[in-house]
Write a protein that binds this ligand. Structure first.
Ligand code: LLP
Length: 432
């Protein structure tokens, strides 16, 4: 027998315990991932229902006895089955488009628990959200405020509004997913916010209900939230002096997850700090709204892919797999790190591979320099792909988007079919 004692131990899967090894085979709950790959093909997004529930329960415990509405930031994963699961658990939703509104309604969610964010709301989207009766619009600019007032007045309504304030704090995260600095396009600058509220108060179609911010994503510290909260509370105090009072305060999403060795904050830790500050500053009566996305779904999903070729070149070894940047864009876009695990552990010496897709771009890589003991046709598991995975996928190189499957105990359910060629060309036509 060869001695493989130098083989690095398999990492603890990021979605543990719902993703776990048993007899050298990786499972999602009670289902072997290799069985899913063989039955449904790859690339395949696999979600664990139990992992979604576990992530939700961390928020549920944190909000117990407190006035908090959790609005799932559905841009992270908007599959209808995921939305229905969260709706059933009592979640509200943070939406950013008319398309997302249609999805939450299709999933049977309660529109009065929906907040509508985004810098570019169009008239039809405002009309649809007013008709549905969303909890509030998170308004990001003065022109948007004026437009919304006009649209609401024309519909004989008043739009409930929070102004999204840009508190100019550093979320200490990747620049592409940091949103609360003054050079970002998001929100109304904190020093302009009081006058923006005065404009809002003067507009006939607007009812002021709250204040909102979202400072970034994959945040692993409490301090950026507390810095933002501090600035928002100072604003609320100033508004009170001007006779404007608010019912809720929305701190957005952003709690990070473990991809590699990050130590993310828990919802309870964050809420303990937030409520301590709210109470200390005499604002304990405010309803708190949160918009978590990644922390509810990120480690509840993986992407399965099959090794097509092992290509050894002078400079590098490549594992060419059947998933690509069109399926999971995060590495190409942000140089994001995702764990890669073999679905089946092999007793052979590992080799250092770059895991790359078949798309004709050098940016088409999923992982770099990983020790992998693999053969062609093996199934690889790209971890932490439940958030900003499928939703950011596309059809570059005329590749149909992957199927999505939800595991529930020992069962699985396809929650989105793999796209066919007919799906790809739907809506296209030849010249007459
Ligand atoms: N609320 C607002 C207004 C947002 O813009 C976002 C995310 C969220 C809530 C949810 O944030 P989360 O809890 O997921 O951090 N595609 C990037 C992430 C972009 C986040 C955009 N906004 C990625 O793959 O890392």
């Amino acid at each position: 027998m060869t001695d493989y004692s130098s083989t690095p131990p398999i990492r603890h899967p990021a979605g543990a315990p719902h993703f776990h090894y048993q007899d050298n085979t990786l499972y999602a709950e009670g289902v072997r991932l290799t069985d899913l790959a063989h039955a449904l093909g790859t690339p395949l997004y696999v979600y664990s229902r139990a992992a979604l529930k576990t992530a939700w329960s961390a928020y549920q415990q944190a909000i117990k006895g407190r006035k908090v509405l959790v609005c799932y930031g559905m841009k992270a994963n908007s599959n209808l089955a995921v939305l229905r699961e969260f709706a059933g658990l009592g979640s509200g939703f943070d939406i950013v488009s008319g398309g997302e509104l249609a999805r939450v309604l299709a999933a049977g969610a309660d529109p009065s628990r929906v907040v509508f964010s985004g810098v570019g709301k169009q008239v039809w989207e405002m009309e649809a959200a007013l008709k549905a009766g969303v909890k509030c619009f998170n308004v990001e600019s003065l022109p948007e405020l004026r437009r919304l007032s006009g649209v609401a007045t024309a519909a004989g309504k008043r739009a409930a509004v929070s102004l999204r304030v840009n508190p100019d704090v550093d979320a200490q995260t990747h620049p592409y997913i940091s949103t609360g600095l003054k050079e970002n396009k998001f929100g109304i600058a904190i020093d302009q916010a009081a006058s923006a509220y005065e404009l809002a108060a003067s507009l006939p179609g607007i009812e002021i209900v709250g204040v909102d911010c979202h400072i970034g994503s994959q945040i692993t510290e409490v301090s950026p939230y507390l810095d933002a909260l501090d600035k928002l509370l100072t604003l609320i105090d100033r508004l009170k002096l001007r006779g404007i009072s608010l019912r809720h305060l929305d701190l957005g999403g952003g709690i990070g997850i473990r991809y590699d060795d990050e130590q993310p904050i828990s919802p309870s830790t964050l809420l303990d700090h937030i409520f301590a500050q709210l109470n200390a500053r005499g604002h304990g009566h405010l309803e708190l709204v949160l918009e978590p996305g990644r922390s509810l779904v990120g480690n509840a999903g993986v992407l399965l892919t099959t090794v097509e070729y092992l290509k050894h070149t002078e400079a590098r070894n490549f594992a060419i797999v059947d998933a690509a940047m069109n399926d999971l864009m995060r590495p190409a876009l942000y140089e994001a790190w995702h764990g890669v695990l073999p679905a089946l552990v092999r007793e052979q010496a590992p080799v250092v591979y770059d895991v790359v897709g078949p798309v004709c771009e050098s940016a088409d890589w999923l992982a770099r320099a990983r020790d992998l003991a693999i053969n062609e046709q093996d199934v690889l598991v790209i971890e932490s792909a439940g958030a900003y995975g499928f939703v950011m996928s596309g059809n570059y190189n005329s590749r149909g988007r992957a199927a999505e499957v939800m595991v529930d105990g020992g069962q699985y359910h396809v929650v989105r079919q793999r796209e066919s060629f007919e799906d790809l060309i739907r809506g296209e036509s030849f010249l007459p």
